[in-house]
Ligand binder design. Structure first.
Ligand SMILES: NC(=O)c1ccc[n+]([C@@H]2O[C@H](COP(=O)([O-])OP(=O)(O)OC[C@H]3O[C@@H](n4cnc5c(N)ncnc54)[C@H](OP(=O)(O)O)[C@@H]3O)[C@@H](O)[C@H]2O)c1
Length: 288
């Protein structure tokens, strides 16, 4: 991959080089991640702008829509540039009410992999995260059986690398006895700091940590301290929150979501802000 000018530079997931500034496609689907987007062409424009800006990491799942974001990614970007890596996840389906029922038995996982391959239009998925827990967060319990199904699919050649999502540190350790894990995707942001120790531990091991809801997700981050730092720097609070994440640890990869080309550009610019020691100390107090 050519050198990037995006903030944060690059990271290597297994043998895949990605920009640390990525893009999360989930909210491109309709309300509550169900159905088509209100603005189909606008969604395609955001995906194309992400690639035009040099982003090489897009996060998705067949469960988003379901199948909506994968199809948008395919429509906007297929045939994919060689440098682009689309990361997907399996472990849940969608029901009629928009719920996310668990689907981690071998047959369901194999079906979800097939659905991802078909809707993204690829023969191999670059990176698949096994998503555990539920909408409230990680839940303890063994992941071995589910992960072994994905390892079998990896050996069959349809998955290149494996990651985990919505997991406890114990589940990460268990997974690492089953297969190499290149990333962990959990909820984390300035105000939600439960994974601080896990991030540091993964950084020591050279494993990426990919915070989901980096901007607060469905309830965007709001903090007077964040707004004060942003005002002082002449930046947006969202930009400052992303710059803080890039500074927090070198193994953090960003996948902020947006439906807006303007917000995408604003977020890239914001993530490149330099934060002083005083800024960092003030921001650090938000989630402690
Ligand atoms: N593994 C998992 O279980 C899991 C769970 C949730 C999400 N994810 C992944 O994480 C990615 C990120 O999560 P997310 O998109 O839900 O949440 P997010 O990135 O924390 O926040 C997205 C929200 O922030 C708003 N926003 C973005 N930039 C903004 C700006 N510059 N100014 C004002 N508002 C701005 C967006 O609204 P606009 O559209 O108006 O910009 C959207 O409402 C998802 O796309 C998905 O791929 C994974």
């Amino acid at each position: 991959m050519a050198p990037t000018t995006l903030p944060g530079g690059t990271w290597t997931l297994g043998d895949l080089t990605v920009t640390r500034f990525g893009y999360g496609a989930m909210q491109l689907a309709g309300p509550w991640v169900m159905g088509p987007p209100a603005d189909h062409d606008g969604a395609l424009a955001v995906l194309r702008e992400a690639v035009a800006l040099g982003i090489t990491h897009i996060d998705t799942s067949a469960a988003y829509g379901p199948h909506v974001t994968n199809r948008l990614i395919r429509e906007a970007l297929h045939p994919y540039p060689e440098s682009l890596h689309v990361v997907t996840k399996v472990g849940a389906d969608r029901d009629q009410q928009g719920g996310w029922p668990t689907a981690r038995d071998p047959e369901s996982l194999r079906r979800q992999i097939r659905e991802n391959l078909e809707t993204l239009g690829v023969e191999t998925l670059d990176l698949v995260n096994l998503r555990l827990g539920d909408a409230e967060g990680p839940k303890p319990g063994s992941l071995a059986e589910a992960l072994e199904t994905l390892v079998a699919l990896q050996q069959e050649g349809v998955i290149r690398h494996l990651g985990l999502s919505n997991v406890t540190p114990e589940q990460v350790a268990e997974a690492q006895t089953v297969a190499p894990i290149v990333c962990v995707q959990n909820q984390y942001n300035l105000a939600h700091r439960g994974d601080d120790d896990l991030i540091d531990d993964l950084a020591r091991q050279g494993v990426a940590y990919v915070p989901f809801f980096p901007l607060g997700g469905f309830t965007p981050l709001q903090s007077s301290a964040l707004s004060a730092v942003a005002e002082r720097l002449g930046a947006t609070p969202m930009g400052v929150a992303l710059a803080w994440l890039l500074r927090r640890s070198p193994n953090i990869l960003l996948i902020p979501g947006t439906k807006s080309v303007a917000h995408l550009r604003e977020n890239v610019a914001g993530a490149g802000l330099s934060l002083s020691g005083d800024d960092l100390a003030e921001l650090d107090r938000i989630g402690r």
